[in-house]
Design a protein around this ligand. Sequence first.
Ligand SMILES: [Zn+2]
Length: 188
Amino acid sequence: MVEGWSFASARQPARFGCAEQRDAPEIEHAVTYTGDVFFCGLPRPVTLCGLAGEEFVAVICNFEPDSEHACPRCRVEVLAAPTVPCGQERLHDRVLQAAPSALRTQLLQALRAGAELGIWINGPAERVAIYAHVDRIAEGRDALVSLLTGRDRVGVARVLQPTGEFVVVLPQSTRPVIAWAPADVSAS
Ligand SMILES: [Zn+2]
């Protein structure tokens, strides 16, 4: 348990993608998405200060409000944006949807106490299965393994504990499934 840790204290600043203004590339803007979509279904980006998509080029980094190149209006909007939940809080809210069990109760407690996330990765089930450490699972293995085949997208999260780790598989349309893998004592 981390002293003084809570979901409230662990909230993080909201992050935004960065874009350069086409006619003034030295100015960096923060990018967000409106409810609007292109014909292809991709969300239509805008900057927080209101530039439309054709007026900027998205770059692969986060907008840094402290940068000397930051657009002043985007900076104000970013600094005023609500904070976002930490990984533990987001996983906690997903695990609440799992079927009640002793494992679920223990995992929810661990997340509320700030247990470290070993990984939380999303992708096609058969591709991310390797991250579930299935060979080490002692409890809840069968239900978990059945979700780790095929190409449906799932999330795999591991939550570290002193005595082992919780393994959670998060399908998109059904409830999360939780397993337990004790620490490998022979490896230490
Ligand atoms: Zn801007």
